[in-house]
Design a protein around this ligand. Structure first.
Ligand code: PGA
Length: 254
């Protein structure tokens, strides 16, 4: 059985003080232990956030990482620097990085490799745009975006399927669309690695996942949790999604 993972991608939200207060509130929620929980604040909040989550079950993630360990790369951060302050996870290849900051399949892979080399667990984001879906290219895009994943260690890799048209739009994939893409990706993982990796790898759904649709998306056979943007910014709604994932993990679904 794959343990559900619920990860919050805070993007460029929350001050350092707000991040700490949020995490104190999340710890006080007494969350179910059957779900892995990760929060990904801004870089500047990470040191304070690390101090708050130390000793709790909440994992800390960064939203990006550079592919070199040091060097003349203004405004970038290296994986060992993240490890040094207690970060264990990193998001790579998010569509906002691809759309606004020139991230490509190649650079995303390089970042993921560097993250894993330093000991970070990588959440690797993929997903098609609306134009690509409308053109019937969803699977071709997913195939292209995963083409080089064989260079990574599957044991420290989580995939996040995030249809770009569903991110921050309030419009989520239907359960059928999500399950179809996730099932495709699981077969893809089996062909890139092997059946054991495919059975073990967590594939998260991302794109307007919220308490109101968690009950229909999280129980899907090949959905192993979520990467949550907007709905992760509030302790109450993030906790509700975590609890919905715990219900699925218990097999207590209709
Ligand atoms: P959203 O963002 O939940 O606000 O759609 C998801 C993401 O970008 O990871």
């Amino acid at each position: 059985m794959r343990r559900p993972l619920i990860a919050g991608n805070w993007k460029m939200h929350k001050s350092v003080a707000e991040a700490s207060a949020y995490l104190e509130g999340l710890i006080a929620e007494d969350l179910p232990t059957s779900v892995d929980v990760v929060c990904c604040p801004t870089f500047v909040s990470l040191p304070a956030a690390a101090m708050v989550v130390t000793g709790s079950d909440i994992g800390l993630g960064a939203q990006n990482v550079h592919w070199e360990t040091s060097g003349a790369f203004t405004a970038e951060l290296a994986a060992p620097m993240l490890i040094e302050i207690g970060v264990h996870w990193v998001i790579v290849g998010h569509s906002e990085r691809r759309t606004f900051f020139g991230e490509t399949d190649e650079t995303a892979l390089d970042r993921a490799r560097a993250g894993q080399a330093a000991g970070l667990e990588v959440i690797y984001c993929i997903g098609e745009t609306l134009a690509e879906r409308d053109a019937g290219e969803t699977f071709a895009v997913l195939e292209r975006q995963t083409a080089s994943l064989g260079a990574l260690d599957p044991e420290h890799l989580v995939l996040a399927y995030e249809p770009v048209w569903a991110i921050g739009t309030g419009r989520n994939a239907t359960p059928a669309q999500a399950q179809e893409a996730h099932a495709f990706l699981r077969v893809r993982v089996a062909s890139i690695f092997d059946g054991t990796a495919a059975d073990a790898m967590r594939i998260l759904y991302g794109g307007s996942l919220k308490p109101a649709n968690a009950d229909e998306l999280l129980p899907l056979a090949d959905v192993d949790g979520g990467l949550i943007g907007g709905a992760s910014l509030d302790v109450g709604s993030f906790s509700a999604i975590i609890r919905a994932a715990a219900v699925c993990a218990a097999g207590d679904v209709s």
